[in-house]
Design a binder for this molecule. Structure first.
Ligand code: S3P
Length: 421
């Protein structure tokens, strides 16, 4: 699909709810799958990635029954009778490897062309130390991976990268392992698995960058998934950049490990506010609001803030084109192993449409302010690159044409219809 996005002719004034959170939907499905009894997950995100998780769990015997606004899920994991296809979803592949490793069964996981290039050793290594047995392509580092789980023992493990997927895989294995499992990470990554397990009564403690879990059984639960702050970011960025805009996003997840993008916008002098209004399964939920902000300061983002805005970095690079001066993104080499190499895809596509961006091994330098020209560009089959380029179209002189824009459906199926409205 070729999407055409013209320059915005007037300000964006909208109060909206964005599709539900992707990370929370994956986890709600997976935790419901291992509980004894039934759970109800309302407002799940029904994007391609979350449907990959649902499909894999169904292959493992988990029953999803349609109810109004969501699913009733009957837990109980059995040996899958075929290969599990995680599609484009790293979260599906990595978290499932952890979860299924705790059961005495055989499974094979594969994924699409992009996922089959992404590193899996980061989960295979700790899960093997716990006692699961893996065989995979690329000396056990790439999908497809075949595994036999069961009889796990707790480990104490320090992850090399701040990755919620790695941490969560170990924790989900840990709830079915003998003894104590400890994971320590270099910086804090999103902590949904910990929060949800704790809210469901699991034996889990968090102390700074260290999480400790022991064998636990979780009961069935009911959870209404809030909106995804990563999806909200596109409209918040559009509001900040398009003159005359005012956008309010309601019922959105405001977990501190997910709102680094809004905090950086504020530090740039943008008119952005967020407010927590309640909590669901240990997760803060509230609203975010943004208005057009003409005077933006440049930023330096590095170190511990990176995991808290990792999925918003392509969009942050776009916002930086409007800031007065040089903005720098460092310590973000994890972007090279996302759905696309997001350093190279962001730099090449933003440059194509007129930005002044320079690639660094672990980030980029963006110089502004400038008005983007626009023109033809490509999603790199990456949902977040596609949505960033769509926002770029709104603030460009002549608009953009995005090749293979249909990839937005990985996390935001109706993105272009909302944009049209
Ligand atoms: C996710 C964790 C992040 C993020 C991804 C979703 C999750 O990946 O980029 O979109 O749900 O745990 P890493 O943990 O590998 O950094």
């Amino acid at each position: 699909m070729l999407a055409k996005v013209g320059p915005a002719s007037k300000g964006i004034k909208r109060k909206l709810r964005v599709p539900s959170d992707k990370s929370l939907t994956h986890r709600a499905f997976m935790l419901a799958a291992v509980t004894r009894g039934e759970s109800v997950v309302l407002n799940p995100l029904l994007s391609k990635d979350c449907l990959s998780t649902k499909g894999c769990l169904e292959r493992c015997g988990v029953l999803f029954e349609d109810v109004e606004g969501g699913f009733r899920i009957k837990g109980g994991i059995k040996e899958p009778d075929d290969v599990l296809d995680a599609g484009n979803s790293g979260t599906t592949a990595r978290l499932l490897m952890g979860l299924l490793s705790g059961y005495s069964l055989f499974f094979v996981i594969t994924g699409d062309e992009s996922l089959r290039k992404r590193p899996m050793r980061r989960v295979v290594e700790p899960l093997s130390l716990m006692g699961a047995c893996f065989m995979g392509r690329g000396e056990n580092g790439l999908l497809p991976v075949a595994a036999r789980g069961g009889a796990l023992k707790g480990i104490s493990y320090r992850t090399k990268v701040a990755s919620a997927q790695v941490k969560s895989a170990i924790l989900l294995a840990g709830i079915n392992a003998e003894g104590t499992t400890v994971v320590e990470e270099p910086f804090k990554s999103r902590d949904h698995t910990e929060r949800m397990l704790k809210a469901l009564g699991a034996d889990i403690e968090v102390g700074g960058l260290r999480v400790t879990v022991r064998r636990s059984e979780v009961e069935g639960f009911s959870f209404e998934v809030p909106g995804d702050p990563s999806s909200a970011s596109y409209w918040i960025a559009a509001a900040v950049l398009v003159p005359g805009s005012h956008v309010v996003v309601e019922d959105v997840l405001l977990n501190p490990t997910r709102i680094g993008f809004f905090e950086v916008l504020k530090s740039m002098g943008a008119d952005v506010e967020f407010e927590v209004e309640g909590e669901r399964l240990g997760e803060p939920v509230g609203k975010v609001e943004a208005r057009y902000s003409p005077e933006l300061k440049p930023f330096v983002v590095e170190g511990d803030v990176i995991p808290r805005l990792i999925d918003e970095i392509p969009l942050l690079a776009l916002v930086a084109t409007a800031a007065c001066g040089e903005s720098i993104i460092k310590d973000a080499s994890e972007l090279r192993v996302k759905e696309s190499d997001r350093i190279s895809s962001t730099v090449s596509e933003l440059s194509r449409i007129g930005a002044d961006v320079e690639e660094l091994p672990d980030g980029m330098v963006i110089r502004g302010p400038l008005k983007l020209e626009g023109g033809h560009c490509w999603s790199h089959r990456d949902h977040r690159v596609a949505m960033t380029l769509a926002v770029a179209g709104l603030v460009s002189k002549k608009g953009v044409e995005i090749g293979e824009a249909q990839w937005v459906s990985i996390s935001y199926p109706n993105f272009f219809s909302i944009l049209e409205e």
